[in-house]
Ligand binder design. Structure first.
Ligand code: GAL
Length: 430
């Protein structure tokens, strides 16, 4: 219900800005040119926000996300109903299942953990029904398992579900509270913004100011906390958030269906140049294991997210997972692509009527490629070693990260891809 309402609000709010985004699409590179190096150099965005001045690069949270963050968040499966018990159960599952060892580190509570009113002293109040002993003991439990804890708040007056206080007017106070609890990650959502207080200020400029202020509040708190800028409203979020957040949303809330995955993938992919170490495009959390997609489609989401260098935040009930779902979330070869230390997001080479070829440069010099059939009918998708960006060797090895099959080629690459499916290959000199 709430999720449905968000979608309606989004449609109303961004109709105009989406059009704007399209008309300024020239600011994004054409899809058949390779990414330029400056996008990854740490240099400030210049004119990508279309007239909004750029500011000096402030390295909030630098070093906290040298590879895309991995972990779990309760919203996609439990909505706002996450309790201290849920968090403990999910943290335990991460630790004992082996997911922690594969890099799933953050255990994140989403919206709804706190009440609408603050205490007389101005503190956010954990909902006593959900967190009877408050947040600190839950954070301590998560830390004792060698994991990290993420919390949620809104940059505006309320959380997006309108059930909890927002942080506007209290950034320094709330960041200090989170720091005192030992929080490691702050998801800063984008609702009930103080638009009335800033008449005539463009949305992007206001948002940039708020994100910077929250980043400064984190710095002032004295604790290093990752900043997740969750502005899902503004299609140009990447243009200003790329210097402020460790990650930022590139699309509206994901849903547990293939069309939503396709939409969020496409939006994220169109901004591939924005991502770099410590600063990642976020197409939203995983829906793997939530029941709305076939296993094939779930493998597709996981593969595409890895190609996008997206945060891998599992969104399912980790204590009730089928073997097949677990196998997707723990495919170490796909995770290694996502976490590749070069930190370059994959980009599209071609998209012929829904038959995509994507390539991602890896630190080893290899390329991770995805042949993605976005249509409803199986197809053969082809490319070549030269087209994906490799040269200089007489023969190349193609390692299929889902089947484990290894074959060699002198140039042509071709595979039968199922409807809504992917073939993901690591291509390297043989
Ligand atoms: C949305 C946000 C979601 C989730 C939800 C909670 O605004 O994009 O990721 O946090 O709020 O109400």
């Amino acid at each position: 219900m709430l999720r449905h309402r968000s979608a309606v609000v989004i449609a109303a709010l961004i109709g105009a800005t989406v059009l704007l985004g399209l008309s300024s699409a020239g600011q994004f590179p054409s899809w058949d040119t390779p990414p330029n190096a400056s996008a990854r150099s740490g240099a400030p965005a210049s004119d990508a926000s279309g007239g909004v001045p750029s500011y000096a690069f402030i390295p909030f949270g630098s070093g906290l996300a040298s590879t895309p963050p991995m972990g779990w968040n309760g919203y996609n499966h439990f909505g706002l109903d996450v309790t201290a018990d849920t968090i403990r159960a999910m943290a335990r599952s991460l630790a004992v299942s082996g997911m922690k060892a594969l890099g799933y580190t953050y255990v994140n509570v989403d919206g709804g953990w706190d009440l609408r009113a603050r205490t007389a002293g101005g503190d956010l109040q954990p909902d006593p029904k959900k967190f009877p002993k408050g947040i600190k003991p839950v954070v301590d439990f998560v830390h004792a398992l060698g994991l990290k804890f993420g919390i949620y708040t809104s940059a505006g007056f309320r959380n997006c579900a309108n059930t909890s206080a927002g942080s506007f007017g209290h950034y320094a106070h709330d960041a200090a509270t989170f720091a005192a609890w030992g929080v490691d990650y702050v998801k800063l959502d984008w609702c009930y913004l103080p638009l009335r207080l800033y008449p005539l200020m463009p949305h992007a400029l206001l948002s940039e100011m708020l994100a910077r202020q929250f980043g400064e509040a984190i710095v002032a708190s004295g604790r290093r906390m990752l900043l997740d800028v969750n502005d899902w409203i503004d299609p140009s979020t990447a243009s200003w958030a790329r210097d402020l957040g460790n990650m930022w949303r590139t699309a509206t809330d994901i849903r547990d269906n293939y069309q939503s995955v396709l939409f969020n993938f496409t939006r994220d992919m169109s901004q591939y140049r924005m991502a770099r170490q410590d600063h990642w495009n976020d197409p939203d959390m995983l829906e793997v294991g939530n029941g709305g997609m076939s296993l094939n489609e779930q493998r597709t989401q996981f593969s595409l997210w890895a190609e996008l260098a997206a945060p891998l935040i599992a969104g399912n009930d980790l204590s009730h997972m089928s073997h097949d779902v677990f196998a997707i979330l723990t495919n170490s070869q796909v995770i290694a692509i996502d976490q590749d230390p070069l930190g370059v997001q994959g980009y599209p080479l071609t998209n012929r009527a829904g038959h995509w070829v994507l390539t991602r440069p890896l630190a080893s010099g290899a390329r991770a490629i995805v042949l993605f059939d976005a249509t409803g009918k199986a197809a053969v998708i082809s490319t070549t070693v030269a087209a994906i960006g490799l040269s200089g060797s007489a023969e190349y090895e193609l390692r299929d990260v889902w089947s484990g099959r290894v074959v060699t080629t002198k140039g042509p690459i071709s595979a039968q891809v199922s409807a809504h499916g992917v073939v993901m290959l690591v291509v390297s000199p043989a």
